[in-house]
Write a protein that binds this ligand. Structure first.
Ligand SMILES: [Zn+2]
Length: 293
């Protein structure tokens, strides 16, 4: 199945639901970053959330950055998503291994660590990006974002994010976000809460090839669903360019470039999101040096 995001309105437009299947893009991230099972789950959940939030952006050049910095062995994760739900991610420590939870599940909370912060940075073309932040609740990621929406944006939100992975790779990955509009009634809320409590893990539903439409149906129960907008097809994609890395090298200054020329006679810069290597020869570096002030 291809990766996809579908948006729905339910309960006469009072409830907004987005569902995503992100299996392929999480597998792509696993390969690029050589992720262990628990870091596949951790970065995979954050990438999935990035796609869901990126799909809400309005303009072509808007982007959203999700960053988790915490005291667990992973240390730092960064996800950047664009309007069309292309997404890329960075993880500081990719080979973390922690014992499974007593129920046999991957312990994402321990790998991330719960003593940390979640940062949400929206760059929508204004002079300054809009930055929201909240302390982590559990490091399990879905819970941390639920808290963020409740506290920082005052929107009652239910979020599920799941990645099913074994040593051969990602079996399934996906999630959903359910947001209540201000006019949702107590009755609507109770009904949805009841359904959400009964929901099997999203990764299990996707592993069984359940469609996103059917998953949304489980969330609303007998509530009517209306699809809104067009389907989106998220993917893992980096937009790094040689010209941007050149700019970065120039900004280091002539002394630093001289140092590279004299010690290695070249420079190799790796993109931290896609691991692509950019090599600059002695001649390249000499040319860039001319551009330094
Ligand atoms: Zn890149």
């Amino acid at each position: 199945m291809e990766d996809k995001i579908i948006s729905f309105l339910a309960f006469d437009g009072k409830v907004n639901i987005k569902c995503i299947n992100s299996t392929n893009l999480v597998e792509e991230a696993r390969k690029i970053h050589d992720l262990s099972p628990v870091t596949t789950a951790a970065l995979g959940r954050l990438l999935t959330m990035g796609c869901l939030m990126g799909s809400n952006l309005k303009e072509k050049n808007d982007k959203i950055t999700l960053q988790i910095k915490s005291n667990g062995p992973i240390d730092t994760m960064i996800v950047v998503a664009n309007k069309n739900s292309t997404v890329r991610g960075y993880i500081k420590n990719s080979n973390v291994d922690v014992p499974l939870k007593s129920n046999g599940k991957l312990d994402v909370g321990s790998a991330v660590g719960k003593d940390g912060m979640l940062y949400i940075i929206r760059d929508i073309g204004l002079k300054e990006p809009y930055i929201g932040l909240t302390p982590l609740v559990s490091g399990e990621i879905a819970e941390d974002f639920t808290e963020y929406f409740a506290k920082s944006e005052q929107v009652p939100t239910a979020i599920a994010l799941g990645v099913l992975v074994d040593k051969d790779g990602v079996k399934s990955a996906g999630g959903y976000i359910v947001q209540l509009m201000p006019d949702a009634t107590e009755e609507d809320i109770t009904k949805i809460e009841k359904n959400l409590k009964k929901m099997p893990p999203i990764s299990k539903l996707l592993e069984k090839n359940m469609s996103l439409e059917d998953i949304a149906g489980l969330i609303t129960g007998d509530g009517m669903l209306f699809m809104v907008g067009e389907d989106l097809f998220p993917e893992y994609k980096c937009d790094c360019k040689r010209s941007r890395i050149e700019k970065g090298l120039v900004s280091l200054g002539a002394t630093e470039l001289d140092d590279m020329i004299n010690t290695d006679g070249k420079a190799e810069v790796e993109c931290k999101f896609c691991k692509k290597k950019y090599v600059f020869s002695r001649a390249d570096l000499e040319k860039l040096k001319q551009k330094c002030k």
